[in-house]
Every structure is written in C-alpha cells, then in structure tokens.
Design a protein. Sequence first.
Length: 378
Amino acid sequence: MQREEFRKLLHRYADGTCTKAEKRFLEEMVLRDPIVDNWSWESEEARVLMGIRIRQAIDKRRYASKPSRSMRLWYGGVAASLLAVFGLLWSVGGKKDVKEKSLVISETASYPSDGVRLTLADGSVVGLDGLQHGLVRHSGGVDIRKLDGELVYENPSDSKSEIALEAPAQNTLHVPNGKQFKLVLPDGTNVWMNTATTLTYPVAFTESERKVILDGEAYFEVMPDRSKPFKVMAQGREIMVTGTHFTVSAYASDNEVRTTLLEGGVDVHHQGKTLSLTPGFEAVSSADGNLMRRQSNLEQAMAWKNGYFLFDDMDVISVMRSVSRWYDVRIVIEANVPKKRFGGSFPITAGIDELLADLELVGKVKFERNGKEVRMIW
C-alpha cells in the first residue's frame, strides 16, 4: 500500500467511515508492524480520535480473556505497536529541543522500598507485606486489620457511637516505589494509594472534620457524612468534599497538584483562591499560586489504578518521572531534551526493559540500563 493510500485509510478509520475489512486490516497491521514514520493530521480532533479508536479496538482484544504467560509476552509486542502508533499520532514535531545540562530524574521514596509500611502513633513501624490476614494492631480503641491485601480500620464495638478521644492517634501508611495499596479509613472511606505515596490519618474521626495528609497520588471514594466534611491536605493545598470520588496527584517533584473529579463535588483551596469542580474536570494548582480548572482525561487519571501506564500527549520528563517512580530507577537524560510528546498504554506489571524497548521504538531514542540507573540518549 502506498503512503498516501495508507494515510487516507488512517483518516477514514478516525472518522469511522472505513469498511469492516479496512478496519480489521489496519488493526492487524498495527499489531504486527509498528509504524514510526511521521504523519500529519488535518485537526487535533482527528488525531485524538484516531488514537482513541485504535487503543479501544486493541485493548478490547487484549483483555477479552485472561492471558497465559505466552500471550502476555505477545502482548508486549502489542504494546510496542500501540506505543509506536501513539508516539506517531500524538507526537509534536518541528520544535527546538530544550538546551540544558544532563537532567537527572530520581523519584525514589525517602522511606525503605522493601515493602508497604505502617507507622503507628508511638513511632513503631509494621511491615505489612509479610503479614498474614488478621489483626495487625489494636490502637486508640480501633482494630487495624489486614484483609485481602488491604488495611482496614474497624471499631470493635457493636454500637455506632464514636470513640471518644481528646487527640486521636495519627498513623502513616507508606507505599514504596513499584507497589500500590488499598486502605479503608475508620469512616469507611476507601483509598487506593499509588506508588511512592504516603498518607497520614487519624485512627478515628472524632473532630468536626475528617482530615488526611497526602504526599504522592491516591484515588478516594469518600463515605458521605455532611456533618463532617472530608479534607485532603496535599503540598499546601486543601481539597474539601462531603462525599465523592476523586484522584489527587501531589508528588513534590511535579511542582503542581492535580485534583480530578469523577463523581460528586470538591472545592480546592490554594493561597487564598478557591475553585469548585464538577465531574469530568480537574483543578491544577502550581507552586507559584496559580489555580486553574480544565476538562480532565479521566482515562489517564485512573490508568494507574486500573493497572497500566497511559501516556496521553505527555512530555518526555513526565513520562520518565512515571517510569522512575514505578521501577525505582535513576534516569539520566543527555543534554538536549526534545519537546517531543508521547502517547500510548503499557501494563505496569511488565518489566522495565520491555517498556524501555517500546519507548525506543516510539521516540527513536536509546536507553542504556545499568542496574538502577538508566541513561537516555537522543
């Protein structure tokens, strides 16, 4: 097939006018033969729609049934093709590279990376990975249990009366690089914590508000209680809700906090400014005090919880930060950092070498890995 004919086929796929045979032909071609040439699109909408439709079509086939080990290896090739297509379709060309000295990206958490750890109010530390299901500790009148891979706080009393404490004890849960963990707070709120994340919270919510402190990224499903607003403190920002589903990304190295709302309503407060969100929107607050609202890519916001990376029009540094956090590696980028942007999906259960190989296909870059250090060469 000639280049111009193939380009027209891509456009027909994007606008939904190609035949079933053409659709099947294109998807099979994407699966078996990564595309690395540059293409141009008439509009941003056509480009994005093209990427979404190919990803949905391929993902539907990838997750149609539970894969065997051999199929998972084949999926690595699918991911390579998928990343190649998205790198092609979602790349930005024609811009000069950023001129600077070698850039080092290290997202290693400050706490040990050998497992999920719970720090109790008395300073003692409990490693959770090796514990069997059952009671972890009784603290502040509350039972702390590990159940089915999650940590649950329970009031052992059959009554629904609150535990009377003048100063509820504070616990801190640390999730290291390369791991995720679920926590059920004393009020029944569910919290899914992403890699390299810390959450500090009371063992019982006895005050007029429920307040937790986040460093990292988490998805919250808050138990409704209008008498006690739920607050998340993250890098100096306050996110207040009454009952809702939302994500907060607050890694210190990102220099911004993103609050993405899926259901309900939240108010984000930062340096005297307040911004209210409705579902499908996110608030982005930067270190300089800027606070803005924009429509959110919910699929990207929830990708980590659903078990995969989703690089949707992401710049090189953001992609490498995600890689560094999950795989606990130090990444050195050579002097010239291109303005290129990436797109694509990749399962987080796969190895770092597979992901780096796929990114090499997309960006025409070279990675050299020596243990925990990865050098990126353009």
